[in-house]
Design a protein around this ligand. Structure first.
Ligand code: EPU
Length: 424
């Protein structure tokens, strides 16, 4: 693959910032919003609650939540996305009460939300989980600031507690907070709308509650994982790609690992250039919370290690079950042994095309990249997972010279409204 690719706004920032607009009186203009189905679903949920949503161009949207009111939301949509849990913090902030479903999203084993509930309970909300619904209530005196220590570093819990704390009375302190770039982005968004959030990006975040949030314009940061995906795609295909509209600092750990495999990575102001090599070396990876190696890049690096000389070991440090995609790679000739949270990968000289499926969002992107490297044709089914988080994945890859197209897949479409992609 050769050429330049423009990275879209960060999915995991957007899916928290959109629910956050629920707490704002006035118009929020969000720029650099990615065109992905998770964003579409969240905007639909807001509209259902009475928000006005108006696109100014393909990545700029005006959201006006002035006239929202508490009522049942479209629970079938909430169930499909993980980020619907941010509606708990945002609805509590806006209405003093919340009703959501247990969140959906990619299945990597059990994904509890006990730390969200623990934190928001400390702020004075009462929770009931019943029949798959979550009810939270803070009407009795409203939310009050509190000290919260997270037993597990959790992106979702950190952001959800930040949302709930924004308009709580007094000061909230979150200890052992997650430090991902999208945490800082949510804090910057909230502060630009009048909130008082300090320390985001460190493991202690302090939030002083304010009376109200006001409208404004905010530009979402570039997507670290989309950028990493194209970096790995360039590396795996032995190509040369300039990945534009990125924050190179957010990509440092990915760049470091690519260099270990023998690729060249050059950093510029808001771009990185990746030059692949036909003789990739293996390396070891352990996924950890930021600034460690991101779990969402693990399946992509898995593909690269399949094509590298020697043995590579991946240790998954976040989820119990994030190696399902290895079954798909084995169909393509990969030599992998998985034992619990460890995968041992023996590099092979080539992968071969096969019919495979996207097991989840990043696993889906990974098998597409594998298909681009493989001899012969690969058909990837269930691409609705990929479309949850990658804007125009097929178009961007094609513009870099990939031989890929999206085709109708009647069976999958009946199941999920989805399609397949063919990579030659
Ligand atoms: N956890 C708990 N209790 C909780 C919350 C989390 O035990 O209350 C555990 C999880 O089961 C997991 C670990 O803590 O083992 C970390 O989970 P975290 O809460 O950080 O993850 P998340 O908020 O559910 C977000 C992203 C994921 C990304 C993770 C880790 C969103 C919507 N999702 O999930 O993104 O993998 O952080 O960085 O922001 C993706 O984009 O493909 C994706 C899956």
């Amino acid at each position: 693959m050769h050429g330049e690719v423009e990275i879209s706004g960060a999915k995991n920032a957007a899916v928290a910032i959109i629910p956050a607009t629920l707490m704002v009186n006035g118009v929020c203009t969000l720029e650099n919003l990615p065109q992905i189905s998770d964003v579409d679903m969240l905007l639909t949920i807001l509209q259902h609650l009475g928000a006005t949503v108006h696109y100014l161009d393909k990545s700029t949207v005006e959201i006006d939540c002035t006239n929202v009111h508490f009522q049942d939301a479209p629970f079938d949509l909430m169930r499909k996305i993980r980020a619907s849990y941010y509606l708990i913090g945002a609805m509590l902030g806006r209405f003093g009460t919340a009703k959501t479903t247990m969140p959906g999203g990619c299945n990597f084993g059990v994904r509890p939300i006990d730390q969200h509930i623990k934190g928001i309970t400390a702020l004075g909300a009462a929770f009931v989980v019943e029949n798959g619904f979550i009810y939270a209530n803070a009407t009795d005196g409203g939310l009050r600031g509190a000290k919260v220590y997270l037993d597990k570093v959790s992106v979702g819990a950190t952001m959800n507690i930040m949302l709930a704390a924004c308009q709580a009375k007094g000061r909230t302190v979150i200890e052992n907070a997650a430090r991902e770039p999208h945490i800082v982005d949510l804090a910057n968004f909230l502060n630009s709308m009048g909130a008082d959030v300090r320390g985001a990006g460190t493991d202690t975040i302090k939030i002083n509650g304010v009376e109200a949030l006001h409208g404004g314009t905010y530009t979402i940061i570039p997507d670290q994982i989309e950028a990493g995906t194209f970096m790995v795609a360039a590396a795996a295909t032995g190509g040369e790609v300039l990945v534009k509209n990125v924050i190179p600092r957010h990509l440092e750990v990915i760049s470091a690992k690519l260099r270990e495999t023998g690729c060249v990575v050059e950093e510029y102001g808001d771009a990185v250039l990746v030059r692949g090599t036909r003789a990739l070396n293996s390396t070891n990876i352990k996924t950890q919370p930021y600034p460690g190696f991101p779990t969402d890049m693990q399946p992509l690096m898995g593909v690269l290690l399949c094509l590298a000389r020697g043995t590579g070991v991946i240790t998954e440090g976040i989820y119990d079950n994030r190696f399902k995609y290895m079954d798909e790679l084995r169909r393509m000739g990969a030599e992998v042994q998985v034992d619990g949270k460890t995968a041992i990968i023996e590099g092979v000289s080539e992968l071969t095309g096969a019919n495979v499926r996207a097991c989840d969002l990043r696993a889906g992107a990974a098998v597409v990249v594998a298909g681009l490297c493989a001899r012969g044709r690969t058909q990837v089914e269930d691409v609705h997972y990929i479309e949850r988080g990658y804007e125009d994945f097929v178009g961007k890859l094609s513009s870099l010279g990939a031989n890929i197209r999206r085709v109708a897949d009647t069976e999958a479409e009946e199941r999920h409204g989805s399609a397949a992609v063919l990579c030659d």
